[in-house]
Structure formats: C-alpha cells, structure tokens
Design a protein around this ligand. Structure first.
Ligand SMILES: NC(=O)c1ccc[n+]([C@@H]2O[C@H](COP(=O)([O-])OP(=O)(O)OC[C@H]3O[C@@H](n4cnc5c(N)ncnc54)[C@H](OP(=O)(O)O)[C@@H]3O)[C@@H](O)[C@H]2O)c1
Length: 258
C-alpha cells in the first residue's frame, strides 16, 4: 500500500507550513553565531531564494547574533507570505557567554523586540528557547500565553524540553511545537516525536543533518537525511541550516526522495 506523505503541517491547527523549512542560526557572525552575518547582502539573497524555492517556515532565535538572525530575516522577508518563528529566554551578550532568563518581564520585552526586528505585527511562533532553572516553566509559559492572548504572538512553542516539561506547560497553555535535537543518528527523542504527533503538536528537529554533515562523514547525504525525517512522522518540520543557495535548493529536493 502506498503511504501518502503530506508536504505541509498545520502548526497549532491553523498555521500551514511546508515541512522542509529553513534554520537561520548560521546567518550570523562566525565563529560562535555572534554578531551580524558577514556578507549581509548574500544572506538577504539566500533568504529570498529560499522563499522563491517554496520555503514557508523560517526558524530564528533572539540568541542568534544575538538579534542579528531576527534582523536579517525581518529585512529580507518583510511582506512575504511565509511563517516566522523565533525564540526567547536565552541571550548571548558577549561571544561564548549564554544567559538564560525565562521570567515574565524578560520574555514579554523580548517579544516586543522580536516584533520590531522581524518587522511583523504578530509573531507566528514564539518558542521558549530553554527552560530557565530559576523560573518554573509554568511562569514562562504563562507569560507567553499573555502575549498570545493579546495577539503579539500566534502560537507558543518550546525548545530543549522533556516530556514532563511539555506536560507541565500544557497545563498552562496550548503548546503548538517542540524543538529538540533529533536526526537519524541522534534519536533520543523518538518517544517525544510520537507523543507530540498524538497530541497534534509539531516536532521541529534541530541539527536535522547532524550539523556539519559532510565533515562528520554522515551516513547519508543531506537530502536523504531530510527525507528520512519527513517520513519519520507527519508532525516533523525540518529546519536545515545553510549559508548556500545551492545547498538550500538541494535540501528542498529531498521531496523527490519521499
Ligand atoms: N533550539 C535550539 O537549541 C537549536 C540549536 C541548534 C540549532 N537550532 C536550529 O536548527 C537549525 C539547523 O541546525 P544546524 O544548522 O545546527 O544543523 P544542520 O541543519 O543539521 O546542519 C547545518 C550544516 O549543514 C551544512 N549543510 C546544509 N545543507 C547542506 C547540503 N545540502 N549539503 C552539504 N552541507 C549542507 C551547512 O553548511 P553550509 O552552510 O555550507 O550549507 C551547515 O554546516 C538552526 O539554523 C537553528 O534554526 C536550534
């Protein structure tokens, strides 16, 4: 029997996006994803090429740059009909230094800044980047729910969470997505993929190619790794990260293998 594989998924039941998206972490200064992307115009061209190639879901985070990935996405994709996701609760003031703050006031301030940087009146998906050990997840999620209720964000997502943390968050607000590390060589969240699928929650695997796939001598070519992911579960939205237009187009061709 032939299995039909949907090319799109409705995040939160109403935000329909293609299941091969784009991860913008590397559109920042290197090394360390710190500062703006060196060749800004090339980054803008890459984002346009991605939207032209049919990418409808772009994943960013406040911490990428910090702010630089949100800004390049906002500049390139202003006015284009694509879904934008970003994250808050983690910041990277100087290179190599990470701060985690999931308090209400910080998250709400970061949402306001993301609206400006992404050039949107509403953020399609705002994700808690990481649970703050000093702030109960319920408090962080309640802040995101406040922003959802007043229309600043459309959907709430979580990142780097366990099933228990997801359950705690679900007690406070609808959760539309979970973004954790997952790829064909790192399948520790296999159970969570199935759990989120049952609950109608998107699973957004990061590092979908295992990061630096060619350098690591990956088992499969990137296209094959992406085809494996989209076949693994209908709620998976892959966000391969690339700085190359050719690689982005090649990644979209994973559909030819599905
Ligand atoms: N939530 C979190 O905590 C978290 C953490 C990490 C990442 N993320 C998200 O996940 C996204 C993806 O993660 P990632 O960038 O670490 O890993 P990845 O997508 O698995 O791998 C990216 C690497 O693969 C290369 N690549 C991409 N397509 C290729 C192709 N067709 N052929 C050969 N090489 C290819 C890229 O180099 P080139 O530039 O040369 O193509 C880059 O070195 C990020 O952009 C970010 O949005 C989230």
């Amino acid at each position: 029997m032939t299995q039909t594989i949907n090319r799109t998924y409705r995040i939160g039941g109403d935000l329909e996006v293609g299941r091969i998206g784009f991860g913008a972490m590397r559109l920042t200064g290197q090394p360390g994803n710190f500062g703006p992307y060196e060749d800004w115009e090339a980054g803008i061209a890459l984002l346009h090429a991605a939207a032209d190639a049919g990418v409808t879901f772009f994943d960013s985070a406040r911490a990428y740059g910090p702010l630089a990935a949100d800004r390049i996405i906002g500049e390139a994709l202003a006015g284009r009909k694509v879904a934008l996701a970003t994250k808050g609760g983690v910041d990277k003031p100087p290179p190599g230094h990470i701060t985690v703050d999931g308090s209400r006031d910080t998250l709400l301030r970061q949402i306001d800044e993301a609206l400006v940087n992404l050039r949107r009146e509403r953020i399609d998906l705002f994700q808690l980047h990481r649970v703050d050990p000093e702030t109960p997840i319920e408090v962080s999620v309640a802040a995101l729910e406040e922003a959802r209720a007043d229309g600043r964000i459309a959907h709430i997502g979580l990142s780097n969470v366990t099933r228990n943390e997801l359950d705690q968050a679900l007690g406070i607000a609808p959760i539309a997505s979970v973004q954790n590390r997952f790829n064909m060589d790192e399948t520790g969240d296999d159970g969570l993929v199935d759990y989120t699928a049952q609950k109608g929650i998107a699973f957004i695997p990061y590092g979908p190619l295992g990061a630096n796939p060619m350098q690591r001598g990956a088992r499969l070519a990137p296209r094959e790794a992406l085809a494996w992911l989209v076949k693994r579960s209908p709620n998976i939205i892959a966000i391969p990260g690339t700085t190359s237009i050719d690689h982005m187009r090649e990644n979209m061709m994973a559909w030819d293998l599905v």
